[in-house]
Design a protein around this ligand. Structure first.
Ligand SMILES: CSC[C@@H](O)[C@@H](O)C(=O)COP(=O)(O)O
Ligand SMILES: [Zn+2]
Length: 246
């Protein structure tokens, strides 16, 4: 394990390129803060790039992070090769790694969006569908922004599964798992949900938020945006007595 004195470890997070993962994590978190996704230190994003995983520290104001605060993990060994002193890696790390490993995702976003939390609460009431363990929605244009399988790097369908994005007449289904006292303890149920729902690109966590992944940062971000739009719409539809799925 290297610390911040190690020059080669430093080089991993120093770049003038705004698209370098260490720079992107910081700029995206500033943007996500304005959406209410990462306020009060909650939520975050991790990026897997080439042989490395870039991770935020735990318990910090995510909108104020700088590249020098970023942890870098070696993908093959899962060892930290850059570890900022006096900081701990995000408690979301095992969840991000689950999306990278099980779906070959390259970016995973965790939000504490109030719309995501409200949708899990409304599903819990059973008023919108028979299964409180899934958020289902159809016949809304924005559903077409959601991919089947999330990390669309799987170009070849397994078991005849359709790839690409959902269509207008498809039904989007996002599984909901129970929250746990500690973020890292969500790993097992998130991994089970990923296996049980091979078409999902996201998992909602009851009374907590959502994890959304993609084959690259752009897909993870646009899917997180589409989902947040759909969660908000669902809450407003519920208030008007409208059903989300027909
Ligand atoms: C407001 S505390 C939230 C945390 O417990 C957790 O849910 C979270 O999303 C962020 O964890 P962190 O370890 O700070 O990256
Ligand atoms: Zn969280």
């Amino acid at each position: 394990m290297a610390d911040t004195q190690n020059a080669s470890a430093e080089a991993l997070i120093k770049s003038e390129d705004p698209k370098h993962p260490a720079n992107l994590i910081c700029s995206l978190c500033r943007q996500f803060y304005t959406f209410g996704w990462v306020t009060g230190t909650g939520g975050g994003i991790s990026i897997r790039h080439e042989d490395h995983v870039f991770l935020a520290p735990s318990g910090v104001e995510k909108e104020l992070m700088q590249p020098e605060n970023i942890f870098v993990m070696d993908w093959a060994s899962k060892e930290y090769i850059r570890r900022p002193l006096a900081l701990k890696p995000s408690a979301c790390t095992p969840l991000f790694l689950a999306a990278f490993t099980q779906r070959d995702a390259r970016a995973c976003i965790h939000t504490h969006s109030q719309w995501a939390v409200l949708v899990t609460l409304l599903c819990e009431t059973g008023q919108q569908g028979p299964d409180p363990g899934v958020f289902a929605m159809n016949k809304i244009e924005q559903i077409k922004g959601i991919s089947r399988g999330g990390a669309g790097s799987m170009e070849v369908a397994e078991g005849g599964r359709k790839l690409g994005n959902l269509g207008y007449f498809d039904t989007m289904q996002i599984p909901i798992i129970e929250n746990t006292a500690h973020e890292e303890d969500l790993r097992e149920s998130l991994e089970e949900a990923i296996v049980k729902w091979p078409e999902t690109c996201a998992v909602l966590v009851k009374r907590h938020g959502v994890y959304v992944w993609g084959k690259n940062v752009t897909q993870a971000k646009t899917q997180a945006e589409s989902l947040d739009y759909l969660f908000q719409l669902a809450v407003e539809m519920h208030k008007l007595g409208l059903k989300w799925v027909s």
